[in-house]
Design a protein around this ligand. Structure first.
Ligand code: ME8
Length: 686
């Protein structure tokens, strides 16, 4: 028997402080961060901030996913080593989160040694427990999603992203996923494990339809974590990536401190993800953990997609909005508030600059910002910047009680809704309180009371301003996790010091101390005028089309065309004195095999076709002057050669991102370059 004395403090501590561990997905470094990534990170940051205020020992993890074929190819396209490439983009994510004030406790990179060693440890555990065997995989693979596509045939598209899959035939290690079907279904019986309900149902249907063993290593490229004792193989990038959730907090480490941290924080309370990666998190991840004999996360919460111009915002579609643009013009709080208020969490939501500015003005500038400045300015003016005494009973009116009761109700509701991830409704409740106080101020006209000097008016004025300031304090405390910067400033202006020190568990009406000396009052959300929209749009257009050039596609050439390849050599590939270029110059031109997925005529152009071409790492929009030679419908599915590293150009208002290679015959029609053998999409021509 262990002496109870030694356990007491530990047990007490456990009882008093709850731990809370929340994670974002770790983002791929093949693309720069955009507001889709910011969305998940903001949601987690908001939750982490609330838990810290509730007194929980909170750990918030984010990071970058840096291995795999997709990253290897993206680095090659950028003519960089994968590590150099990963360092740069990972640095951009970290820099952006820092600029936004994201409160993550750690940032894990899968190329860090701590992760590599511990992920190998996880692999060993699963293998030692008998769930890994060697076999040969022949089938289709989607490099963009790093996904094995069961049952697909060569040339079939990926069911997730629609890109053409590649045929893989290699010796692999397999994970006995099929052994976990029943255990997983038992797990899903808990309705809180996968949220929302729609995602849970999808996962249940998928697992019920039968699970096949999963290949968990690759042997035809090397950018990954070597399989322990068999370094010809690298660990499948999804096993590598998912492991981050435990490696970052110390799993597999020999250090006592790291082991303690793992014991303390694992299992995670929330893995927050986008809906497209549900299967990896809800099927593969729990199965890997079960196989390793480790506890399972408590909840996996999948949100919907941010759409821009009606499509999922993503780099490959070229419809992303950069976070920096919004930070420059309106600040981080504006974006945080907009995303959590405007989008119903769990569902897809559209982003537009118009809607952002409208929300900013109506809810932030005219809402909480205006309530703060008018209330605090009047306390300054009429009570020498000290919170007034709400006076004797005679000065009370039923309207004061309505505000107090609304505030008490909102404190309750906000917590309940927020903990159910219903951020939009939670914020709606707080802004309902703000609207109630606004109405209260208008009806009680404190500015008129301030002009009168009789005792009764003075007492009434004190009550009205106290009530308004107290409601402002409560709205500020509740919305802190969502708009931390502005609320910290309002808190200072209320004379309350550091908002982070607030104990949210005790928040209640009537705690604003009488006589509190206010800080200096400054507006927190200045109104945005219409030019804000234009400025943001311009900044984004500028980013998307660095070179703007109108095509002269219908103008006749000044001189008869000579036979020449349609792909021209970039200007920096300087010819040597005898008119030849060096092999290094040629190597600068990135030629790749692409497959046409969409082909259509460009309106009002007699030459141009708009093509969407899969080049293995992404789908590109390319405009090509080949209308006279090819009917669009004959091109879909055809493999072509494209110059992949050409600077984007605008033609007829559309961006062309690359160039299709064709023989241009004098007086004849262009003829597309093609192959006699079957070649994989994305292969480079050298
Ligand atoms: O999937 N709307 O990384 P990723 C909403 N490395 N959220 C979006 C979004 C959009 N339009 N676009 C991106 C990966 N996201 C893997 C994860 S985890 C072990 C490995 C967010 O760079 C959303 O959270 O493709 C989505 O799940 C994630 O970014 C995908 O990031």
């Amino acid at each position: 028997m262990v002496s109870s004395c030694t356990l007491c403090p530990v047990l007490l501590n456990d009882l008093m402080t709850r731990k809370f561990y929340i994670t974002t997905p770790i983002y791929y470094v093949n693309a720069r961060p955009h507001i889709g990534h910011a969305y998940t990170t903001i949601a987690c940051d908001t939750i982490a901030r609330r838990h810290r205020m509730l007194g929980d020992d909170t750990f918030f993890l984010t990071g970058t996913d840096e291995h795999g074929q997709k990253i290897e190819r993206a680095a090659e396209t950028a003519a960089k080593s994968p590590q150099q490439y990963a360092d740069e983009i990972s640095g951009e994510f970290r820099g952006l989160w820092k600029r936004m004030g994201i409160s993550n406790d750690d940032f894990i990179r899968t190329t860090e040694e701590r992760h590599v060693k511990r992920a190998q440890e996880l692999f060993k555990r699963i293998r030692d427990n008998g769930y890994i065997y060697k076999g040969t995989y022949t089938g289709q693979y989607c490099v963009s999603d790093e996904l094995y596509v069961d049952g697909a045939q060569p040339g079939d598209p990926c069911p997730t992203c629609g890109r053409i899959t590649e045929t893989v035939h290699e010796e692999n290690y397999f994970f006995k996923l099929s052994a976990f079907q029943d255990k997983l279904l038992e797990l899903y019986a808990n309705p809180d494990f996968i949220r929302p309900e729609a995602r849970r149902n999808e996962v249940i249907a998928f697992v019920r339809s039968g699970l096949r063993d999963l290949s968990i290593s690759r042997s035809t490229f090397s950018w990954g974590i070597p399989v322990p004792d068999d370094p010809k193989h690298v660990i499948y990038v999804w096993l590598d990536a998912l492991a981050n959730y435990i490696t970052a907090i110390g799993f597999g480490s020999a250090h006592a401190g790291a082991q303690e941290a793992f014991k303390k924080y694992w299992p995670a309370d929330v893995h927050m993800i986008g809906k497209e990666i549900v299967r990896f998190h809800c099927v593969y991840w729990p199965a890997f953990l079960l196989a390793a004999g480790l506890p399972l996360p408590k909840a996996i919460v999948a949100h919907g997609w941010l759409l821009f111009e009606e499509n999922k915002m993503s780099k490959s579609r070229g419809n992303i909005v950069r976070t920096e643009t919004i930070l420059d013009v309106l600040g981080a709080d504006a974006l945080r508030y907009f995303l959590l208020r405007e989008v119903v969490f769990g569902q897809d939501g559209s982003f537009s600059f118009d809607a952002l500015v409208q929300r900013y003005n109506s809810d932030l500038a005219n809402g909480i910002g205006n309530l703060a400045s008018r209330t605090l300015t009047m306390i300054n003016r009429y009570f020498s910047a000290e919170v007034p005494y709400p006076s004797h009973a005679a000065a009370k009116r039923p309207a004061d009680e309505v505000v107090a009761q609304t505030a008490a109700k909102v404190i309750r509701e906000f917590g309940e809704l927020f903990d159910q991830f219903q951020f939009s409704r939670a914020l709606e409740a707080v802004w309902g309180l703000i609207a109630t106080v606004d109405k209260y101020i208008v009806e009680n006209e404190p500015w008129s009371l301030g002009e009168k000097h009789d005792d009764e008016s003075r007492a009434r004025l004190a009550t009205v301003l106290y009530t308004s300031a107290e409601a402002l304090r409560i709205a500020t405390a509740l919305s802190y996790p969502v708009i931390p910067d502005a609320t910290a400033r309002i808190w200072q202006q209320l004379g309350l010091g550091d908002i982070k020190k607030l104990d949210l568990t005790r928040l209640a009406w009537g705690q604003l101390a009488l006589g509190t000396k206010l800080g200096d009052v400054h507006p927190v959300f200045p109104r945005a005028d219409k030019s804000a929209i234009e400025r943001m749009q311009k900044m984004e257009d500028h980013q998307r089309a660095p070179i703007v050039e109108e095509a002269r596609d219908s103008a006749p050439p000044a001189t008869p065309a000579k036979p020449q390849p349609a792909a021209s050599v970039p200007a920096d590939a300087v010819a040597t004195s005898n008119g030849k270029i060096t092999i290094d110059d040629f190597a600068k031109v990135e030629l790749r095999v692409g497959q046409i997925k969409v082909a259509e005529r460009v309106p009002k152009s007699d030459k141009l076709l708009r093509l969407e071409i899969d080049i293995g790492i992404e789908v590109r929009q390319v405009l090509a002057g080949i209308v006279e030679a090819y009917a669009p419908e004959t091109l879909v599915g055809r493999k072509v050669v494209i110059v992949a590293n050409l600077a984007p150009r605008k033609m007829r208002g559309l961006e062309s991102n690359g160039m299709i290679v064709a023989a241009s015959l004098e007086g004849g029609k262009p003829v597309l370059a093609s192959f006699l053998e079957d070649v994989p999409v994305g292969a480079r021509l050298k």
